[in-house]
Design a protein around this ligand. Structure first.
Ligand code: HEC
Length: 144
């Protein structure tokens, strides 16, 4: 009987120790790594883009959709990007569609769309987008 009374508190202490050790073992979440900005150099190769991710970025974090429509007939204060994948190659001589679109995003003042004002499009996407994010947004625009 005496042994039982000694064993019980000992067991309680051990159980407590086990619990606190699992508490301490709770993994702290990894901080989200800051993406390396893609920059404005058009000659740096981009990874393959994903149009579905690009659409999410377009509508969400980069808020392109706040200014641009992407559906036929959508009227917004900024150029409608519907059908742009076909028009893009005619904008700047020597620029294939994707190159024009890339420049329009990272250096918006390099070519200002007729009828629109320079400096309205955010000027800092080259600093806020990673190469993967730019590739994804481009892949999405190429479906339009
Ligand atoms: C505050 C409003 C605004 C936001 C936000 C914005 N843009 Fe623009 N964008 C404009 C305006 C205004 C123009 C036309 C003037 C110019 O060429 O800079 C333009 C031009 C463009 C063009 C060239 C269109 C053409 O017909 O040649 C592309 C491509 C483009 N934007 C893509 C984007 C993408 C992608 C995003 C998000 C990453 C974005 N824009 C965010 C206002 C905006």
């Amino acid at each position: 009987m005496k042994r039982f009374f000694i064993a019980l508190p000992l067991f309680a202490i051990l159980a407590l120790a086990c619990n606190t050790s699992t508490l301490f073992a709770t993994p702290t979440p990894e901080p989200t790594p800051t993406p390396v900005p893609v920059g404005a150099d058009l000659s740096i190769p981009l990874p393959p883009g994903d149009p579905t991710r690009g659409e999410l970025l377009f509508n969400g974090p980069f808020a392109c959709a706040a200014c641009h429509g992407v559906f036929e007939g959508q009227v917004t204060t900024c150029p409608n990007l519907f059908g742009l994948s076909a028009r893009a190659a005619t904008r700047v001589s020597g620029y294939p569609a994707e190159m024009y679109l890339r420049e329009a995003i990272v250096s918006p003042n390099a070519y200002v769309v007729e009828g629109y004002t320079e400096g309205v499009m955010p000027q800092n996407f080259a600093e806020t987008m990673s190469a993967q994010q730019l590739a994804d947004v481009l892949a999405f625009l190429m479906t339009k």
